[in-house]
Design a protein around this ligand. Structure first.
Ligand SMILES: [Zn+2]
Ligand SMILES: [Zn+2]
Length: 201
């Protein structure tokens, strides 16, 4: 495993800036990997790990970088819960650890680094220095992953009977005997609307 400083440098480059979130994300990911005993997430251990992130903020980029888990590899799962938390799943050992960043880190940072003027710098220093137990809560958990959500899963691709768009991985809604895509079969789940309501296609 690369050192904390090396990983942080890479996270800064990939993310575009160094911020408290990068430091926090690198710490969270290192803690999770350490608990699982995964030392080489980009090499020999690369097929062992799935990571669930619960927020789409700066730290998420760092978690993806350190773990090597990416959306495009189906190894990074996003649950939009607005929590600074991530769950690291070891598929080989069938165990998982969920790590939550504690809310009181700002107060801790203000206490420990009162001599630093900028709140942001205080926070960054706290995320660098404070021990894991002061920054995080961790819990062993079980995660049932649908085989269709695992990397490498393959199944036949269908065409939605209504819009004709191709759909992968069984993401299909059966409605009135027809195989529909999620947006046609469950319009309430569709995240977009036609810009021109007159135009239906
Ligand atoms: Zn950032
Ligand atoms: Zn459709």
């Amino acid at each position: 495993m690369e050192s904390f400083d090396e990983l942080l440098r890479k996270a800064e480059v990939a993310h575009g800036h160094l911020c408290a979130g990068q430091i926090l994300g690198v710490r969270m990911a290192l803690l999770g990997l350490g608990r699982l005993g995964i030392a080489d997430p980009h090499g020999t251990d690369r097929k062992r790990l799935i990571t669930y992130v619960e927020i789409d903020r700066c730290a998420t980029d760092a978690i993806g970088l350190v773990t090597g888990c990416r959306l495009g590899k189906r190894a990074l799962k996003f649950r939009d819960w607005g929590k600074m938390a991530a769950t690291f799943v070891d598929l080989a050992a069938n165990r998982a650890v969920r790590i939550v960043a504690l809310e009181n880190s700002r107060e801790l940072a203000a206490q420990h680094y009162a001599h630093i003027e900028s709140k942001n710098q205080q926070q960054m220093q706290a995320y660098r220095d404070l021990p894991d137990a002061q920054l995080f809560r961790e819990q062993w958990v079980r995660v049932e992953i649908d085989p269709a959500d695992l990397p490498g899963y393959k199944t036949e691709r269908i065409r939605c009977a209504r819009c004709g768009e191709g759909v992968n991985f069984g993401r299909v809604a059966e409605v009135g005997g027809e195989q529909l895509c999620i947006s046609c079969g469950n319009p309430e789940r569709c995240y977009w609307r036609p810009a021109d309501p007159q135009c239906r296609s």
